[in-house]
Design a protein around this ligand. Structure first.
Ligand SMILES: [Fe+2]
Length: 275
């Protein structure tokens, strides 16, 4: 199958583009020191390249290869789901090569190299999370046979992109969508608006999500081991069939069986609806 991989062409980035990376990097590192999971902060070291600016994927991949056998490859924007899964299943993380413009510093519709690399690469250094990402890719390829990509994608969304993890008595963030966003890295942990619910695979696969604003639910795992184990231990075929008969759960809704860590006020989402 075609893998859609293109050259990153690192030497074609402008000084302004490298400077944008450095600005975003410095801002997020300062913000995350007491918010990101320890494994994420440790993994950030992999991004401290021998040259400043946007990481050269060749050098980054050498470091990831040495740690967990992963690499980062450039692709042209959005790619078919099958290609995305196929790359993950082969321990290749696909990244956009473009970086946001100054006017997009706080909001971006399509993931850029800062989201993809700053957000995702640090945890690819963690052996268990690295295995989870590969397991997800393999599961993604299988989900296509069941016509259940939509359900499995929610697992990615609520873990890899927007996951929180227990850390002692508190919570830390590890999802790339949070970690690469200055505003959501505050909102996800500090705001009383969103629900924070205990991780529940079946529940997550029924839960809708927002792509245009902060999440209304965050799901909290105990450990990356839990995430990997539950993913490997689940027989997804029968589960997809079972979920087919159940209604989706709307964003922000709490069910009787949910293990609720914080019941959100949903004031942020309500404010938006009025405006
Ligand atoms: Fe992402």
């Amino acid at each position: 199958m075609k893998e859609w991989i293109i050259p990153q062409d690192w030497h074609s980035y402008s000084e302004a583009e490298h400077a944008m990376w450095d600005t975003l990097f410095a801002r997020q590192v300062a913000l995350l020191s007491d918010r990101a999971a320890p494994a994420f902060l440790e993994g950030l070291e992999v991004l401290r390249m021998s040259k400043p600016g946007i990481p050269d994927f060749t050098e980054l991949s050498q470091r990831l290869q040495a740690a967990t056998g992963w690499s980062v490859v450039a692709v042209p924007g959005l790619i078919p789901e099958e290609v995305f899964f196929e790359n993950l299943a082969n321990r290749r993380f696909v990244a956009g090569r473009f970086i946001r413009k100054p006017e997009q510093i706080d909001y971006l519709e399509e993931p850029d190299v800062f989201h993809d690399v700053f957000g995702h690469a640090p945890l690819l250094v963690h052996p268990v999370f690295a295995d989870y990402m590969q397991a997800y890719g393999r599961g993604g390829l299988r989900s296509m046979q069941y016509g259940s990509i939509r359900r499995l994608a929610r697992l990615y969304w609520y873990t890899v992109e927007f996951g929180l993890i227990r850390d002692g008595a508190g919570l830390k963030l590890y999802g790339a969508g949070i970690a690469s966003s200055a505003s959501e890295s505050r909102f996800a942990l500090d705001s009383d608006s969103p629900n924070r619910l205990q991780f529940d695979l079946r529940r997550i696969m029924r839960t809708e999500y927002r792509i245009d604003d902060f999440q209304q639910n965050y799901f909290v795992i105990d450990s990356f081991e839990q995430l990997l184990r539950e993913t490997l231990d689940t027989d997804f075929g029968p589960l997809y069939a079972e979920l087919e008969a159940l209604p989706d759960i709307g964003v922000g809704v709490i069910l009787a069986g949910d293990r609720v860590l914080n019941r959100g006020t949903q004031s942020h989402a309500a404010g938006r609806r009025k405006s």
